[in-house]
Design a protein around this ligand. Structure first.
Ligand SMILES: [Zn+2]
Length: 49
């Protein structure tokens, strides 16, 4: 759990299509300010390159 292990990025919810600012971890995508996932309840995201 180090600050260097994650970076900010953007991703789109696969369920509702909402674009969110996210933390990109080594093996997870977590919306900033919403640890439980997208407001729609989904936790599947497509990361923008
Ligand atoms: Zn969503």
């Amino acid at each position: 759990m180090t600050a260097q292990s994650r970076r900010k990025g953007a991703a789109r919810c696969e369920h509702c299509g909402r674009a969110l600012a996210v933390w990109l971890g080594s093996d997870e995508v977590r919306p900033i300010g919403s640890a439980d996932g997208c407001p729609c309840g989904s936790t599947s995201f497509t990361v923008f390159d």
